[in-house]
Design a protein around this ligand. Structure first.
Ligand code: HEM
Length: 172
């Protein structure tokens, strides 16, 4: 509900998002004991995306057939865990008014969906023959996925630390 304001107050420049009480609600709803499930889950796709790139670099360096198998599994679980993390984030985005109204949340959503498509490509590309897939295209897709993971993760952190999205408004 909007507060009634005098004509003098209305003349001042104002941010409608800041003023609307419902839009100040940015507290997580998809959580375990107050801890956002999305924030807990994103550690998996982040780690696995970088591990895939690492395994590809080791294969390039050593030519050991062990590394393409590592990369195949890491790429697969990066994608699957990324999709699960994305589902928890999307439910949060749609359910919480203060998250839904902020454009930064939708920027993060678009970055994340682009990232998930690259993580899926990185896995699918290796399924037929994991070893042949690494050089040159597999490692290039891995490098792209690692860079996009960095950007998406950095932006997710911005949501939490700059916009206080997912945090408690009144800590108990
Ligand atoms: C696909 C849709 C996604 C949506 C809608 C989404 C939404 C959100 C939201 C609302 C937050 C604020 C914290 C919370 O309320 O849970 C957040 C934080 C974050 N997101 Fe996402 N996210 C998505 C996917 C991803 C993916 C794939 C990654 C992996 C790189 C990611 C990385 C992060 C990180 C690192 C944070 C900060 C966590 C923290 O520092 O506590 N997100 N995201």
């Amino acid at each position: 509900m909007r507060e009634k304001r005098s004509w003098k107050q209305r003349r001042r420049l104002s941010d409608p998002i800041e003023e609307h009480v419902a839009f100040n609600d940015t507290e997580t709803k998809i959580a375990l004991n107050g801890h956002p499930i999305h924030a807990m889950m994103v550690a998996f796709p982040i780690t696995l995306a970088f591990s895939t790139f690492g395994a590809d670099l080791f294969y390039w360096w050593t030519a050991d057939a062990f590394w393409p198998r590592v990369a195949l599994w890491a790429a697969g679980f990066a994608f699957l865990m990324g999709v699960l993390a994305g589902i928890s984030g999307t439910i949060e985005l749609l359910m919480v008014p203060g998250i839904r109204i902020r454009s930064a949340s939708w920027t993060h959503f678009i970055l994340a969906v682009m990232l998930l498509s690259v993580l899926g490509l990185n896995w699918g590309f290796r399924l037929a023959n994991a070893e042949d897939a690494v050089l040159p295209y597999g490692i290039l897709i891995s490098a792209l996925a690692a860079a996009m993971t960095g950007i998406t993760g950095w932006h997710g952190g911005k949501l939490v630390f700059d916009y206080h999205i997912g945090t408690q408004s009144r800590p108990e």
